[in-house]
Design a protein around this ligand. Structure first.
Ligand code: GLN
Length: 454
């Protein structure tokens, strides 16, 4: 009975779109056979993980949580998932997410909301958002349904859900993990990364996921460091920057308090803490919400009713009608909003006013970080301006929803490695996350500072 109650409670989170226990069992059997044969075992040997349903998995439905891809079964495996299987991991199932990874609460999924396993300590039972877009990943790891899961982060989708559920997650430097076989949202920003219970688990899993891939033209042709073996929370001689522009109006007092705690913990680990300035921070969010939809509108042009998933072909209709009917029925409201914004900012009359301007802002933000990393080794800031909010609370207010990404998007626009680590609970008993941002290629510095906080 207790077991069945646990299964029901786990199912009620709605973290998985499909479960694939046979995949995980087969991986464990391969590891057993390798061990018996005296073969060396991979970094992830026998670890059953959850896979965000944005990664193409051969023979297993891959939907991006959209009706338009319902029933799509890829004939190929994404590079990142293949690397995980090669390292000995197996798959428990495909995890729910915001549709096409667009959202911050997992409420844009065609397959329903995901519930955060945490509750406020007010005696009520109000369901909270697990964050997004990797909300199935964060909920599954936080509820101990999986020891680790993959996420993707375009503008915070690993870090914000990790913060909302009290787990760790790292977005590596842009290009570290191959984008090949990951359903594209905004290609110049998309990065895969691990979400897990500890910084060390993230380091191990990232090592297995990363590496050059000739099939991705923006893949970094650099060796993958042994982040997990070099992991060390001793920060003597390191400088940590505290960006003053992240002290924004509207940030919860509890969040500011946890930031102070984080500063103290890093000092205890030997770091020198210095104030820094990232002057263009306030322009990052508007620039992101131009660049990301612009790229999305282009990437999503491929869903036409011909090549994948859903096809809506009204009686007597022509090709254009089929495109229109398929896309009208297949895409959710948030996805349509992004396509409309994206095509608008890319249109001939408005391109310079919006897209070109946003790209200039992107350069200024990159330069802010370059100047900061001439002074400091790593930057500490909150991951989010609030703790987990209620399901339904922001759903009718897209701007309020977008504002939750305010601390996450600058590192995305600059392509920098950034991690969220758990940093205590707020007065309502909900987890808070702190964010560590590192210089290009310096995942090690980010992980080490994360370990000092954890
Ligand atoms: N919440 C952001 C958005 O909706 C980020 C999503 C993501 O990182 N995939 O665009």
């Amino acid at each position: 009975e207790a077991f069945n109650a646990n299964v029901a409670a786990a199912a009620a989170l709605n973290a998985f779109i499909v479960t694939t226990p046979e995949h995980a069992i087969a991986a464990a059997e391969r590891v057993d056979a390798d061990r018996a044969a005296g073969k060396a075992l991979g970094l992830m040997a026998g670890v059953p993980i959850g896979m965000k349903d944005l990664f193409a998995t051969k023979g297993v439905q891959t939907t991006a949580a959209s009706h338009i891809l319902e029933g799509f079964v890829p004939q190929y495996e994404s590079t990142v998932s293949q690397k995980l299987w090669d390292a000995g991991a197996g798959m428990l199932g495909k995890l729910n997410l915001d549709q096409f990874a667009m959202g911050s609460s997992n409420e844009t999924s065609y397959f329903g909301d995901v519930a955060n396993p945490w509750r406020r300590n007010d005696g009520g039972n109000a369901k909270l958002a697990p964050g997004g877009s990797s909300g199935g990943s964060s909920a599954a790891v936080a509820a101990r349904l999986a020891p680790a899961a993959t996420g993707t982060d375009t503008g915070g989708s690993i870090r914000q859900p990790a913060a909302f559920t009290g787990i760790s997650g790292i977005k590596p430097t842009y290009g570290r993990c191959s984008r090949w076989g990951i359903v594209a949202f905004a290609s110049s920003l998309d990065q895969a990364g691990p979400m897990a219970r500890s910084v060390e688990d993230c380091a191990i899993m990232l090592e297995a996921m990363a590496g050059f891939d000739p099939k991705d033209s923006t893949s970094l042709d650099m060796p993958v460091p042994n982040w997990s073996t070099a992991l060390n929370g001793d920060l003597r001689g390191k400088k940590v920057g505290i960006p003053r522009e992240y002290r924004m109006d509207g940030t919860d007092a509890d969040i500011l308090k946890s930031w102070e705690d984080g500063i103290a913990w890093l000092k205890d680990a030997g770091a020198e803490v210095v104030d820094i300035s990232l002057p263009h921070t306030k322009y990052a969010l508007p620039a992101y919400y131009i660049v990301a939809p612009a790229e999305a509108s282009s990437n999503l042009a491929r869903y036409d009713g011909v090549r994948y998933g859903l096809r809506d072909l009204p009686e007597g209709a022509g090709l254009q009608d089929m495109y229109a009917a398929t896309r009208a029925a297949g895409f959710g409201d948030e996805v349509k909003r992004r396509i409309l914004i994206g095509t608008y900012v890319l249109s001939a009359g408005f391109y310079d006013a919006y897209y070109t301007q946003a790209m200039k802002v992107r350069t200024l933000i990159q330069r802010d970080f370059d100047a900061a990393f001439a002074q400091v080794d790593v930057i500490l800031a909150p991951t989010t301006p609030t703790a987990a909010f209620g399901l339904g609370e922001n759903v009718d207010d897209p701007l309020a929803m977008y504002l939750n990404d305010v601390f996450a998007v600058p590192a995305s626009l600059a392509g920098l490695p950034a991690m969220s680590v758990p940093a205590g609970l707020n007065s309502q008993g909900l987890p808070l996350g702190l964010q560590l941002i590192g210089n290009r290629f310096d995942e090690q510095g980010v992980l080490n500072a994360g370990l000092a906080i954890e």
